[in-house]
Write a protein that binds this ligand. Structure first.
Ligand SMILES: *[C@@H]1O[C@H](CO)[C@@H](O)[C@H](O)[C@H]1NC(C)=O
Ligand SMILES: *[C@@H]1O[C@H](CO)[C@@H](O)[C@H](O)[C@H]1NC(C)=O
Ligand SMILES: *[C@@H]1O[C@H](CO)[C@@H](O)[C@H](O)[C@H]1NC(C)=O
Length: 231
């Protein structure tokens, strides 16, 4: 009889412990992100807060991305952003699901940050996560794509770049006709890799000729990698 009573108590205790350790004022964001000037960045963000002691049900969350005292982006509809950020930012996250992911487009030299997230729950509390900021390393020179080629009876060429903006990935163009495929994958919390693959039947006239892959990044910067086709 006693055991039966003890068991549910232990279970509850364990569950409570797990919950309290995850329910703090914490935010999970990358510390530093490299972004090509003119291009865009999706800043992944998940936030957490201590569970309210009362059983009050929260229904309203106002999220703000801040640069010092300036509001960069918010989930609040019709909020008047200052000119510096107007039409350049988008609150992508689902605030209710503790997702505060933000998009910043047309990244300029003045966009290094630091940026931090702030949550306002009018039925509970507000908090600025200033101790966990995000800084942006704005780079000026686009990274050339990595180009590799395999030749059998067909030529299969792969052209790969990493970037910070899955919403508007780079565009690829090839100097040779063929079948083109594009795929993206996540490399880490903020960095993505997009690969374009070109396939065409091998002809002797292609021998010793360059094959070029040009990458056009969001914002207009482009860079080409070139390779000579050899058997
Ligand atoms: C957060 O929101 C972004 C944008 O909608 C989404 O891509 C991402 O998968 C979400 N993250 C989680 C953990 O749900
Ligand atoms: C900024 O990014 C560039 C390119 O990714 C990298 O070479 C450089 O080390 C970074 N600088 C800092 C301070 O993180
Ligand atoms: C390919 O790239 C090389 C070297 O950058 C350049 O000289 C050549 O004109 C390019 N060819 C094509 C067809 O774009």
């Amino acid at each position: 009889m006693e055991l039966k009573l003890l068991f549910p108590f232990l279970m509850l205790h364990v569950i409570h412990d797990v919950h309290s350790s995850s329910s703090q004022w914490t935010v999970s964001v990358p510390k530093r992100i490299s972004v090509l000037q003119g291009s865009c960045v999706v800043i992944p963000c998940l936030y957490n807060y201590p569970k309210p002691k009362s059983k009050k049900i929260l229904t309203r969350w106002k999220g703000f991305w801040m640069n010092g005292k300036k509001v960069v982006s918010t989930n609040v509809p019709k909020w008047k952003l200052i000119k510096e950020y107007k039409k350049r930012t988008q609150f992508l996250g689902n605030i209710q699901a503790r997702n505060c992911t933000m998009l910043l487009d047309s990244v300029g030299r003045n966009d290094a940050g630091p940026f931090h997230f702030r949550i306002e729950m009018p039925q509970y509390k507000s908090y600025s996560y200033t101790t966990t900021p995000v800084t942006i390393n704005v780079t000026r020179i686009p990274q050339p794509p990595t180009l590799s080629v395999e030749m059998n009876e067909k030529v299969t060429a792969s052209c790969s770049v990493s970037h910070s903006c899955p919403t508007i990935p780079p565009q690829f163009s090839w100097s040779h006709r063929g079948i083109v495929n594009r795929q993206s994958k996540r490399l880490n919390t903020w960095q993505w890799q997009t690969v374009s693959t070109l396939t065409f039947p091998y002809r002797p006239s292609d021998f010793n000729k360059p094959l070029n892959c040009t990458v056009l990044y969001r914002g207009g910067k482009q860079v080409t990698s070139s390779m000579i086709l050899r058997m």
